[in-house]
Design a protein. Structure first.
Length: 178
C-alpha cells in the first residue's frame, strides 16, 4: 500500500504551484438548474444506493449527508473538527478533467492510509468562480460539485470548509471506510 500511496503523492501538486497545462477538451453544454437530489450517473463511478440528498448548493455553503451519518459527525465535519488527511486541487482543470481527477482521487483515498490511520476526511479545493449556478455566482466546478460528491460511492458527507482550510473555495469530504 505504501508504493501506491507514494505514487499518488507524486501526482498531487502543492497549493500555490501553477496548474499543469491541460489539452483542450470539447466544451460541454452548461449545467441547468440547481440539483435538490443528485441525479443518477453512469455506472462507471456510481451505484444507485450511494446517492444521497444535497442539503445545500449555494455559493456560501455546499453540504450533503448520507442518512447513515450521525448528525454529530456531520456537524464536526462542517466545523472543521475532522482534519483533512489529503488534499486535491481542481483549480485550472476543465470540467470533464476535474470530474475524472476527483473520482480517481476519491477512489484512491477510499481505504487508503496515512501512516497507520485510515484516511477518513479529504479536502477538495475548487475555488469560488462565477458565471454558473442558479444566480451565475459560482464557478462551473463548484456549481456541480455537490451532485458529483453525492453520487460518489466513496462519499458519506461533504460540507464547505472553514476559512483556515479555504472557506467557500474548498469542501471537506467524509469518506466511507472499507
Amino acid at each position: 500500500m505504501t508504493d501506491a500511496w507514494d505514487a499518488f503523492r507524486r501526482t498531487v501538486r502543492k497549493l500555490g504551484d501553477p496548474a499543469p497545462k491541460q489539452p483542450k477538451t470539447p466544451k460541454l453544454p452548461p449545467a441547468t438548474g440547481t440539483p435538490t437530489l443528485a441525479r443518477k450517473a453512469s455506472s462507471i463511478f456510481h451505484s444507485p444506493s450511494s446517492i444521497f440528498p444535497v442539503i445545500s448548493n449555494t455559493p456560501q455553503r455546499l453540504a450533503g449527508c448520507h442518512p447513515s451519518v450521525p448528525s454529530k459527525t456531520f456537524k464536526q465535519l462542517g466545523l472543521g473538527q475532522l482534519s483533512p488527511q489529503a488534499v486535491i486541487d481542481l483549480h485550472g482543470l476543465r470540467e470533464a478533467q476535474a470530474w475524472l481527477e476527483l473520482h480517481a482521487f476519491l477512489a484512491a483515498m477510499h481505504g487508503a492510509e496515512a501512516g497507520n490511520t485510515p484516511i477518513r476526511v479529504v479536502l477538495v479545493i475548487h475555488g469560488k468562480g462565477h458565471g454558473h449556478g442558479a444566480a451565475k455566482d459560482m464557478g462551473v466546478i463548484k456549481s456541480q460539485l455537490a451532485a458529483q460528491l453525492a453520487q460518489s460511492p466513496h462519499v458519506l458527507a461533504f460540507h464547505t470548509a472553514q476559512p483556515h482550510d479555504g472557506g467557500m473555495g474548498a469542501t471537506y469530504v467524509l469518506l466511507k471506510q472499507k
